[in-house]
Write a new protein. Structure first.
Length: 254
């Protein structure tokens, strides 16, 4: 009788523990990986992405990418393109790896096409550290902000190397900042500064600029135009999670 009582108690305790267990780390979540671009001074930047590897505390999940090479410069100013999507086990995400194909990566400069050398992109992949929780049953979207201006390096022998500079942006945990610079001919570099963090971009041909994936906070925005235009600073620009803050028209003077 005592043995049966002890056995019943053990089963009861196990059932209670199972009911109290946090189910957010079990099951699966739908992960979408999208890519957007910070402008660079090129006619086109063609990337041939083979796969996206999502590393969590449950292991590695490889998501194949289809659709062929993409011109990343087509996805500026808040536009993006879907690279890959798949259901994976829920858990704590630790790293994203972007794996490129051996060929098909190119840059077009003044109408001339050059192959991009990508020393490590094809094998182990471009590594991006991301720390977030994938909760079962909740879709998760990660935007990869490719910085074309910093990612392409011209070597001394006239070749171009691809050394990707990419920010991983959890969309639901960020805000955005946009505006229009006039005159567009001032072509400023634009810097959004909060504390010790600085994010940079450039304006497009119409003078528009766009910062995706900014943490909520109060920013100082610096505009550094070409000569003879003068540098301008706008303070106390508030960015809110889940919203796009529009600075309106910013006039640059000489």
């Amino acid at each position: 009788m005592k043995i049966y009582s002890l056995l019943f108690a053990l089963i009861f305790c196990f059932a209670i523990a199972s009911c109290n267990k946090d189910n957010s780390s079990t099951g699966s979540t739908h992960v979408s990986v999208k890519m957007t671009d910070a402008p660079g001074a090129y006619d086109a930047v063609i990337l041939s992405v083979k796969s996206v590897v999502v590393v969590t505390d449950k292991g590695e999940q490889t998501i194949a990418v289809g659709g062929g090479p993409i011109n990343i410069l087509n996805f500026r100013l808040g536009k993006d393109t879907l690279l890959a999507a798949q259901d994976i086990p829920a858990g704590k995400i630790q790293q994203i790896r972007l794996v490129l194909n051996d060929s098909g990566n190119q840059v077009v400069v003044n109408g001339t096409t050059y192959n991009l050398t990508t020393p490590s992109g094809q094998t182990s992949g471009v590594k991006l550290n991301v720390h977030d929780q994938l909760v079962a049953g909740i879709d998760y979207t990660l935007r990869l902000d490719f910085d074309a201006a910093q990612s392409i390096v011209l070597t001394g022998n006239g070749k171009y190397n691809l050394k990707p500079v990419i920010r991983a942006i959890p969309v639901a945990a960020s805000g955005a900042l946009t505006g229009l610079v006039t005159p567009a001919a001032s072509s400023p570099k634009v810097y959004a500064i909060v504390g010790t963090d600085t994010v940079g971009t450039t304006t497009d041909a119409t003078g528009k600029f766009y910062f995706p994936g900014l943490a909520a906070g109060t920013y100082t925005v610096n505009f550094v135009p070409v000569s003879p235009y003068l540098t301008k600073t706008v303070s106390n620009v508030t960015v809110t999670t889940g919203a796009v803050q529009d600075m309106g028209t910013v006039t640059i003077t000489q």
